[in-house]
Design a binder for this molecule. Structure first.
Ligand code: ZN
Length: 138
């Protein structure tokens, strides 16, 4: 069995953003040379997510509104976590949007559904953060 590991680094200039990382994951898969197996892709930070959905700007806007209703950023004093920091909402947004995805590898390609794309969800940006790509298979 082959194994491959790569870190994708991001410095998002805004507090929140959704970034399509499918091309970077596909590049890792090509580098790995693995034809049949599994890709695990996870955020390595507790205020960021990796998730799969549609690359459609309306939907991403809707996520932003929905997440802000569920876990509003402010007032920051509403959260006990916000002692010396202001990112309690980012922890909650991460919890809702998930930590990782697993994608099957078939014939050297990501075996995604027709509209599925892999996203990095940033909820407390403006600093260096990373995503782990781990691929195992033959
Ligand atoms: Zn925190």
């Amino acid at each position: 069995m082959k194994s491959y590991r790569k870190e994708l680094w991001f410095t998002v200039p805004t507090r929140r953003a959704f970034i399509n990382i499918t091309p970077q994951v596909e590049a890792g898969l090509r580098e790995s040379g693995i034809q049949e197996g599994m890709v695990l892709c996870n955020a390595m930070h507790i205020t960021a997510s990796v998730f799969i959905n549609d690359d459609e700007s309306g939907l991403h806007h809707d996520y932003e509104i929905w997440l802000e209703k569920l876990a509003p950023h402010g007032p920051v004093t509403q959260y006990r976590h916000n002692v010396g920091e202001d990112n309690a909402d980012a922890h909650m947004k991460r919890q809702i949007m998930g930590r990782e995805v697993v994608v099957a590898v078939t014939g050297g390609k990501l075996d995604l559904g027709p509209w599925e794309q892999i996203f990095y969800g940033e909820f407390d940006g403006r600093r260096k953060k990373r995503v782990l790509v781990k691929i195992i298979g033959e």
